[in-house]
Design a protein around this ligand. Structure first.
Ligand code: ATP
Length: 481
């Protein structure tokens, strides 16, 4: 497609957003819309972004080309703010419930590309839609995470509200799924995408934000193949009381040397041992979150959302279960012939009745995790008590070094995923390793680090890059209601 330039007139903006050059690759292809009826949740915090380009530059990514471009443009602006006249629209990326999204860059600086979400407030006919715009702007202004978009500027000019955010050139996961045989992905790419989404949800929950619209359409893919959750207009926010607790948990181990170890090791049979570990855990779940609004996308709605008796952050863990199922099986588990039937199927589900009689993944761990997430009673659902920690510990994610998650290399075997190599990707793949192998890898890494320390005077940077390098080499291993 030929790229066209759109120039913002300095005074009148009315004609600036009427272009219909659409990049179909990025338009949502599912037709699954999110429910927005009875949206009435109010955010509890005051808006952090009220004027144009007021987003703070204390962001840890201030040295990246996007922030540098923003800073230069601000210097050139007489009032120190970004205005629409500073932006050059390149093409239309897609249209959503609230507005249109354009690819753009700053005039005179094509090194950094952005997505500009343009909302014409004159077109928002209801108070509910206006409130959704404010919700999205407010949530975006709070985010600072590699798997979530950064808000570089909010621009309020004339009757437009524009949000300048990260551009994700690899489209969305739903479109990617449609390019795969059977509309499903192999287990390793699923582990990769699911792990990143899990970490993004964990961060949102720690900020007191309940997402409520998880679906492959809202998981965008960055240039380097890593995920970026989008669409925050259905979120709601509550308080979080972070806790730091020691917890005992049992792990199955097979090493015979454990037999000789102290009381923490429970003998259970000839070769298998259960070891009790005491782990200090940080949990920050919005446990007091409560809403009665029925919002989301039919196939992803949790039973408590449909019943309308009130819901909290557990709806995101239910949706995470549906998300995993869809990536692995190419469909959703409660899908009916109509939206009403889908809702009836979800409402009538009882615990442990997920239908796995469809062609797709045969991983027992995956099925077990999905079953534990798709539990009707939110009090018994995995993730609802201690948040993402419990899900991260599930065998499905065995072997993932969570602190290194953003350094994992995106899956290369996925058809249609064009990944630009990033210097950050040191760790080769998200491959499951046995506890024994993991211990060996850690032990080798430790001795490698110690050796490095004595020979290079203990340079921190040197040790870290060696560690990543070492781990890498040793193969650690649809619209609204
Ligand atoms: N940061 C981005 N980078 C690349 N494409 C984007 C970006 N944000 C949105 N898009 C594309 O623009 C389209 C419209 O996005 P938008 O967020 O406005 O609405 P939506 O995702 O369809 O959801 P809703 O209607 O619920 O708001 C999306 O389908 C997506 O493909």
């Amino acid at each position: 497609m030929e790229e066209e330039d759109f120039y913002f007139p300095d005074t009148d903006l009315d004609l600036s957003f009427t272009s219909t050059v659409t990049d179909r690759t990025f338009a949502s292809s599912s037709g699954r819309s999110s429910l927005t009826s009875s949206f009435n949740d109010r955010l509890s915090t005051s808006s952090a972004v009220t004027t144009s380009s007021s987003t703070s530059t204390i962001n840890h990514r201030r040295h990246d080309p996007h922030w540098s471009a923003i800073k230069s443009a601000k210097h050139l602006s007489s009032d120190g703010n970004i205005h629409l006249r500073h932006l050059k629209l390149i093409r239309h990326l897609g249209t959503g419930n609230l507005g249109r999204v354009f690819l753009c860059n700053l005039r005179g600086d094509s090194s950094a590309r952005f997505a500009l979400k343009v909302i014409d407030r004159n077109n928002l006919t209801t108070a509910k839609k206006l409130s959704q715009v404010e919700t999205e702007a407010e949530i975006l202004s709070l985010l600072d995470h590699p798997f979530l978009p950064t808000l570089y500027a909010r621009i309020d000019e004339s009757h437009y509200t524009c949000l300048l955010i990260d551009y994700a050139p690899n489209g969305d996961l739903h479109s990617l799924l449609r390019k795969q045989p059977g509309n499903r992905l192999p287990i390793q790419p699923v582990r990769f995408f699911a792990a990143e989404v899990l970490v993004a949800l964990e961060y949102l929950h720690a900020m007191g934000i309940v997402y409520r619209d998880l679906k492959p359409e809202n998981v965008l893919l960055r240039e380097d193949g890593h995920v970026m959750l989008s669409d925050f207009d259905l979120c709601f926010k509550s308080d979080v009381v972070p806790t730091f607790k020691s917890r005992r948990y049992r792990r199955t181990c097979s090493s015979p040397s454990l037999r000789r170890r102290k009381s923490g090791c429970l003998f259970s049979g000839e070769k298998k041992y259960e070891r009790e570990e005491i782990v200090a855990e940080f949990t920050a779940e919005p446990v007091t979150a409560f809403s009665r609004s029925c919002v989301g996308t039919h196939e992803y709605l949790a039973p408590e959302l449909i019943s309308g008796n009130g819901h909290g952050s557990g709806v995101d863990w239910w949706a995470f279960g549906i998300f995993l199922y869809e990536l692995l099986y190419g469909t959703t588990p409660f899908k009916g012939g109509s939206k009403e039937q889908t809702l009836r199927n979800i409402a009538s589900t009882s615990n442990n009745t997920v239908n796995f009689h469809v062609e797709g993944c045969d991983s027992e761990e995956a099925r077990d995790l999905i079953e534990k997430l798709l539990v009707k009673d939110p009090r018994k659902r995995l993730g609802c008590a201690r948040g993402a920690q419990d899900i991260k510990r599930h065998a499905f994610f065995d072997g993932i070094k969570w602190p290194l998650i953003r350094h994992y290399k995106p899956p290369e075997e996925v058809r249609g995923l064009v990944v630009k190599k990033s210097p950050r990707s040191h760790v080769s793949h998200v491959i499951a390793v046995s506890p024994r192998r993991r211990k060996w890898v850690l032990w080798r890494a430790l001795s490698y680090l110690l050796r490095g320390k004595s020979s290079n005077g203990g340079s921190k940077n040197q040790s870290n890059s060696n560690y990543y390098h070492y781990i890498g080499k040793s193969h650690v291993s649809r619209k609204h209601v």
